[in-house]
Ligand binder design. Sequence first.
Ligand SMILES: *[C@@H]1O[C@H](CO)[C@@H](O)[C@H](O)[C@H]1NC(C)=O
Length: 435
Amino acid sequence: MVEAVLIDLFSLPANLQNNIPGLLLNTLETIEKCSSIPAPFVYVMCCQRQENGEQESLLPALRNLQSLKKRLQVVHALTTAAALYTIKQRLDEKDLSIIKVILPTLRKDLVKVYIDHLFTAVYQFEFEDLQVASDCKNLQIAEPRSEEQMVPTQDVAVILSEIQMYLESLPSLNGELTILRSSLIPDDIFLHGFTTRTGGISYIPTLSSCNLFSSSKRRDPQVVVKENLRRIAKAAGFNPETFHRVKTDHANAVCITGKTEPDSYDGIVTNQKGVTIAAPGADCIPVLFADPVRKACGAAHSGWKGTLLGVSMATVNAMVSEYGCNVKDILVVLGPSVGPCCYKLPHESAKEFHQIDPKCVRLFDSACPYIDIRRATRILLENGGILPENIRDDSVTDQNQNVTFCTACHPDKFYSHFRDGNNFGTQIGFISIRD
Ligand SMILES: *[C@@H]1O[C@H](CO)[C@@H](O)[C@H](O)[C@H]1NC(C)=O
């Protein structure tokens, strides 16, 4: 069932520009007549230059359309990217996702490119042609006539850069961009940080505002995540073009930069200067590794499964075998993650943490005991030869050095899967070797 109708009047032929209200009224009447649902939300996108006066002259005409007029919004913008993104925000406010797009045949392939980049698989689009009748006064809606055409690569590039420039122009939401750093990692050799959720452009409540992961199941498209990352990179001083994030799988494979990339991996290591490697977390621990002696670094994504599978030690081992690091030189920082105050797992999984150390589990006899994935990570690292004082986690008493905040306890600062449900956003930990 169509939940919203989008009419694209962005680039009508010049001879029709003067009669937009008339054409629109005519189109709306047609929608009203043939729509199976009573008055879905209708959005009309128009080019900015038509703004002055047009909307007012439109309104009397719309009086006749009793049911539609409350649900009709005309969006004027300078570019198609701006108009579509504005409409996306209105759709998202109402949680709408099934959209019928009515547009001139010639615009269809182009608009599809915009839609592919600005929306995700959460949304479903259907298209109908808007045709100009032979008397040039009416618009008609018709089944799509033409076969889909490939948009030339250079046109796609122009569209992408229009989208990118528009997103770059948007203000930061929910406060300043904030990056947490640990004093353990020497700043003259490494550039590193843990992101928080403020200062990006994601506007959907659970993703707001510095979401750094795009999924086909969520409403933030890649281009928005890319813009958030661009802002982080600018603030932190790294190059987003040489940014390499783990492809999470909740297991313990490790990618060595410059070598064959595994299909998925939760750890990554590098000794290449200027390559920024990163691991996400939204309760799971983003763990950063730095060896100032051999000048190598690593990042790991350690949720409860990855922790049990030893992803942190797998990352350490890769640094040792690939770059000749000495375990005793490796510094490890555990980033913001769900704390033992909040995190519970079913008894079966709790048992495995209990085996690592009974101190990793609280209320072990209950159905859903509390789990300390950070402590388990520390114990496994210490067992592997990492010096206890070379690990920074929530046991660090100095509040200025303690970056291991609980993600679930701080909804204003961090995303949390556990707290926010399936539509959760993601922060990252990142590190690189300075040039
Ligand atoms: C470190 O910070 C976390 C998060 O604020 C807190 O839960 C923990 O108690 C702190 N550790 C110490 C030893 O103060």
